[in-house]
Design a protein. Structure first.
Length: 268
């Protein structure tokens, strides 16, 4: 017999908390009937409107249940790296770096596509989901020599192939899933592994990043609340009056997002 579930949860405390958090956010969004534009990440809303809180809200949010289940299954598989709690502090710190870094890289790629390649459709592409962090962990662990990884519980791959194998499988199963979002996570994972690994494992550097993130989020929330044109019934509803639901060209950044069109007329 395998390890009982309650013992596995105790062995993966950070992973269990993150899964609980993402699931709770999904339930709250559906209860409030909020959609992609309410909490998602886009170049227009973050760069132009300075809604920096979306770096966090977008990656902790899922609209579609299938998307949530696939992401949380992948996250649970990666949770074995906590090794019974021995690496829990490290997992928490590096998850923070992946969340912030992948979001910034995604925005940087959008910026290049818009201003260098003149792909204006990327200005309002709206991304949600924890997938960028998950892909980042795959890249980071592959660079650190972890042996193998189960993709969605269906395919066992050498960890060195896991990021790109998962990217290929996701592109086949869910053609509308965001290549840019997943690629951003992979790039951040390798950047952490080969360039700034020691920084991401330093507690004080991680606390400094957290403080900077909280200050940025607090500033953007205060700025959003001070805008007279906006009515704010609850925190995530900081959408500008001109915002619309994602068009057919918009891409959702979850690793396993499906049926975007079924959500377009409801909420995030």
């Amino acid at each position: 017999m395998g390890t009982p579930l309650h013992l596995q949860i105790l062995e993966r405390p950070v992973t269990s908390i993150l899964i609980t958090l993402c699931t709770s956010v999904w339930a709250w969004l559906n209860h409030k009937q909020l959609g992609y534009q309410d909490v998602g990440l886009s170049h227009e809303l973050v760069v132009q409107n300075k809604q920096f809180w979306r770096l966090v809200s977008s990656q902790l949010s899922h609209v579609d249940l299938v998307h949530l289940l696939f992401n949380m299954t992948s996250l649970w598989s990666l949770g074995g790296y906590e090794q019974g709690g021995k690496n829990s502090s490290l997992v928490l710190q590096q998850s923070l770096w992946l969340l912030v870094g992948a979001g910034l890289i995604c925005l940087a790629i959008y910026h290049g596509l818009i201003h260098i390649l003149h792909k204006e459709q990327y200005r309002n592409v709206t991304a949600v989901g924890y997938s960028a962090v998950i892909f980042g962990w795959m890249a980071l662990l592959s660079a650190r020599g972890i042996s193998n990884f189960s993709i969605f519980g269906l395919v066992q791959l050498p960890m060195s192939l896991a990021p790109f194998g998962a990217l290929a499988i996701t592109s086949i199963i869910v053609p509308r899933a965001s290549f840019v979002g997943h690629l951003s996570g992979i790039l951040m994972g390798y950047f952490m592994a080969y360039v700034i690994y020691d920084i991401t494992t330093d507690l004080w550097c991680s606390l400094a990043l957290l403080a900077l993130l909280l200050l940025s989020v607090g500033y953007s929330l205060r700025d959003s609340m001070s805008m007279p044109a906006l009515t704010i019934p609850s925190m995530p509803n900081f959408t500008t009056p001109t915002s619309t639901t994602p068009s057919d060209d918009d891409i959702e950044s979850g690793a396993h997002i499906a049926l975007l069109s079924s959500q377009q007329n409801s909420r995030h």
